[in-house]
Design a protein around this ligand. Sequence first.
Ligand SMILES: [Zn+2]
Length: 459
Amino acid sequence: MSERQHARSTDPRGRAAQSHAVEVQPDAAAPAMAPPLLDTVRLTPDALRTLQRTHGNRYVQRLLASAPDVQRDVSSRTERRRRGRRAAAGFEEELAEDNSNLQEVMDMMGEINLNALRHNDDFCDGMQERLSGEQFTLLAAAMILNSSYAPAARQEALRVLTAQLGDPDVARRMLDRDVEAVIVPRNQKMTDLDEFQSLRTRQTFDGRWWAHVRGVGNVRVGSRIYVALAEENLLGGAPDPGVFDAIPGTRVPAETPQGGYTEGYSTTTHELAHGIHQQGLSRQDERLIERAYEAKAEETDDAPALFENHWVDGPRVSLIAPADRAATGESDAQWQTHVDGLSHRQRKSFECYAAQNDHEYFAQLSNAYLGANTGLEPTTLQPRNNGRGWVEANESDDMLALLDRIYRNQTVNEVESSGELTAGGRRTNPLPPPPPTTAPAAEVAPAPAAAPAAETGER
Ligand SMILES: [Zn+2]
């Protein structure tokens, strides 16, 4: 959802982040700053101006030259356009007449240049005309993805994004609206990244700190729209516990570290679905989603439907009294009578995620369609529903047609017709590998940090 509406871009469990990134401290920075540190430096225009004053122009030039990535942050719209023109000229020069080497050219361009191509309308027009639908999808995914903070997750992110951008009209609108999907590394808070800094000391609609949330679907900064994807959800495992630390000097407190999601559950598809909903669809499509949500909400407003398995996330409310109420002696029957008597507004905190609003409803339906809605719903603790088959049997023909049009029968997990993950099949958010059994106990990594060595090496 938008940062305003989105309240909960990931499920209630989705969060994390403490910054181990190097922050530029203009006053303390020594002119002989070692280049290797700069891989993780993110320079804001303000920080750059201060550096320029304190250390001079030459120092800043050297800084930029040693870390080309930082230029992404300081480039103006005009500069981005200029880079877009340059990148397009290079791209077109390299692309063979029959487009057979598209992947090769994309690999050669590098991500910054691919991202810059979004700002060249003529190029987008030309490619949309010239490439097959499948090729245009591949290119659009690469133009939208920013994996500069977590390059190890790039391939998996492209695989997932490609499954969601199969409708060229949707993909093109996302490019035109300057949507950028940024991968948040597992060892940083989302709000440590410049792109999501505006959320640093703010809370979601349901009272969670954005600093501890691990994804968001639609944050506007200037003319650009950012979507946050989590490295740990793409590659499997949990975020670094440090991402739940407090932010000193602010109201943001420390929180109990959260683990990762169920195998196969994708926060990536969920967040990008929010981006698609708000930036990639027509007003007519948005109305269709609103109407479908309202109809489902009305059908399940009272018992017994309130407690039945009608939503993509299972029942709207659990038949079983929540633990804290049961602890006061409330029986399940008393709980059901109580919650049935409440309005949607009053009982929202007991309702499944998809029932919260039309945006979460669409994002979770997208997950199910893409085979990525595995696991238990965190509020009701009931199993989520998964697979296109479930959508077909339980949602309107219009909704199925919309999802078919957007996602074109793609999935990100191999699933059975029941929605179960296929044994040994391809999946996103895989289980982390077991710790090595031969290592002495003291050297075994702590459970939550079950990341491949390539990622943990960044810390
Ligand atoms: Zn959401």
